[in-house]
Ligand binder design. Structure first.
Ligand code: ATP
Ligand code: MG
Length: 184
């Protein structure tokens, strides 16, 4: 369920200019010279899915994801990543659950934090995280395994490993919602 069709990256990390990454069926890898931005593409995806850790983005603070400038190009004050999903019926937060095509946008403004929109409607980070938890591919789910995470998993405490298994099984979203309901 739900297919990622496109990632649009603008002002994020090394992507100073708006860049479209088409995710076609059969895509198995991204190749290119060292430092060309391969990991940054994956980080853009992870970030738009609701990643909250600047460290996981290889930065000190979240503003570090904004294009910082180069010798010939000045830095930006805004970064935006848009994920285009297809076949996503039932996934968006209510009341937009019937929409099959979703545009999930995360935008960060320097010094002002970030905001999320789903099909133009502002939502909470939690809503986006829950959407992806439901399809078993959250920013920290097993479908996204970053360098170093394999050994961390092997050495993890059973409770932490269980969290990963629950995300893989697609039930982490249910737990998050139950927790939220219990707080109310
Ligand atoms: P490797 O093959 O070594 O893994 P890679 O293709 O994965 O390389 P990335 O790590 O995605 O490369 O990109 C690294 C580049 O991104 C570096 O040149 C770094 O300067 C640049 N970069 C990272 N953050 C920013 C930023 N905020 N602004 C501008 N450039 C950035
Ligand atoms: Mg890399």
């Amino acid at each position: 369920r739900a297919t990622l069709a496109r990632i649009r990256i603008a002002g994020f990390k090394s992507f100073a200019e708006p860049t479209n990454v088409e995710v076609r069926p059969g895509l198995t890898g991204i190749v290119g010279p060292n430092g060309c931005g391969k990991s940054n593409v994956v980080e853009a995806l992870r970030w738009a899915m609701g990643e909250t850790s600047a460290k996981a983005m290889r930065g000190g603070e979240m503003d570090d994801v904004i294009f910082a400038g180069t010798a010939t190009r000045s830095g930006r004050n805004l970064a935006e990543v848009t994920l285009s999903l297809e076949d996503a019926e039932g996934l968006a937060p209510p009341p937009n659950q019937d929409q099959p095509e979703l545009e999930i946008v995360r935008r960060i403004t320097r010094g002002e934090g970030s905001a999320f929109r789903v099909n133009g409607k502002e939502v909470r980070a939690r809503d986006v995280q829950t959407m992806f938890a439901d399809i078993g591919s959250g920013a920290r789910a097993s479908a996204m395994v970053s360098q170093g995470r394999v050994s961390t998993l092997i050495q993890a405490k059973p409770e932490d490993r269980r969290q990963v298994l629950e995300e893989a099984a697609g039930i982490a979203g249910l737990r998050a919602r139950r927790h939220e309901a219990e707080l109310k």
